[in-house]
Design a protein around this ligand. Structure first.
Ligand code: UDP
Length: 328
């Protein structure tokens, strides 16, 4: 390895990618961030562009990557992150997961680098097994509207394992469960920013379906800790990165209302097609193999996220600086 580790992060302008780049730079790595800025934001990177270890390449990962020079570690995060986005650009989404994974695996193969695929709890689909362990094969509708994301990521996992088997590439797969935190786009459609924005504006919270469906929310710094631990390890099998504290969407509404002091009213809308009914990670593998466990409770993480939204949701550039402050 070079004296200074050189790391490729795709999707570095997104919620997780930005924090990951920040952490890597803080420990002395050089970071090459490849992002097409379609869902992430350049404002998210203003604080990083001043660091001489940081390079931003504006590029869509579905196209072969430009010559980057050798790298030691690759994190492939680039992909539209929320149902709102991936339902709006289904072809681009599945291409990020498929061609984007192939293009980044090629970088790792040529460099002899370690590779971390950002996969997702969506590979379990609407799970028939609960909580979800990595050995569970999932329950996915291959032709439903979500399939571009969940089947795309399943293909990405299969391709990653194929590179490991055929070329001996040093690969790993992080199955990331719902992650939230300061720096989320207010308009990205995911439940945390949607609820916080509505509560702060005094609008009713829009609940899809009856609100008894569950999610397990992981604070962004915990997710990034898990990804860093995986990148630094030699673990090769899929590993769940998530917080096993499971709650219903209605429970979440309650916590956000308490944290904002905002509107208590909810408005029910039709459930999303193929919306998973329950989701909760078993994190035994991550605890055992990575010595990783999430530390930030939902109440604390949501309080921090609300306080960030209060100050920044209308001002993206100031927001980027504030994300950096939160990250210290
Ligand atoms: N959800 C909701 N209202 C919203 C956005 C989402 O009730 O404004 C629900 C959604 O139907 C799902 C859960 O919240 O059951 C999490 O949705 P999100 O888009 O955050 O992530 P997902 O886990 O579905 O990818």
């Amino acid at each position: 390895m070079r004296e200074r580790q050189r790391v490729l992060v795709t999707g570095g302008a997104g919620l997780i990618g930005h924090r990951l780049c920040t952490r890597l730079l803080a420990r002395g790595a050089q970071v090459v961030c490849v992002d097409d800025l379609s869902t992430g934001s350049e404002a998210n990177l203003t604080d990083l562009c001043d660091d001489d270890g940081f390079t931003l390449i504006r590029h869509d990962v579905v196209d072969p990557l430009p010559a980057l020079g050798a790298v030691d570690l690759v994190f492939h995060l680039a992909c539209p992150p929320s149902p709102e986005y991936y339902l709006g650009r289904p072809v681009h989404t599945i291409r990020c997961a498929s061609e984007g994974t192939r293009n980044t695996l090629e970088v790792a193969r040529r460099s002899g680098a370690r590779y971390v695929l950002a996969s997702t709890s969506e590979v379990y689909g609407d799970p028939a097994q609960h909580p979800q362990v990595e050995s569970y094969w999932g329950n996915v509708n291959s032709v439903g509207p979500r399939s571009v994301y969940d089947e795309g990521k399943r293909y990405a996992e299969a391709l990653t394992m194929a590179y490991a088997r055929e070329y001996g590439t040093d690969t790993s797969i992080a199955r990331i469960f719902n992650t939230y935190g300061p720096g989320m786009r207010v308009d990205d459609g995911r439940v945390v920013p949607a609820f916080i924005d509505a509560a702060l504006d005094g609008r009713p919270l829009t609940v899809f379906g009856d609100g008894t469906q569950t999610r397990s929310l992981c604070y962004v710094d915990d997710t990034v800790d898990g990804l860093m631990a995986l990148g630094d390890s030699s673990w090769r099998d899929p590993v769940n990165i998530g917080n096993p504290h499971e709650m219903t969407v209605l429970d979440l509404a309650e916590i956000i209302v308490d944290a904002t002091g905002g509107s208590r009213s909810v408005e029910h809308h039709p459930a999303r097609v193929d919306d998973p009914v329950r989701r909760c990670p078993d994190i035994g593998v991550a605890r055992r193999e990575l010595k990783w466990t999430p530390r930030v409770s939902a109440e604390e993480g949501l309080r921090r996220t609300v306080s960030w939204f209060v100050g920044n949701r209308r001002h993206p550039v100031a927001a980027a600086r504030a994300v950096a402050d939160h990250a210290v």
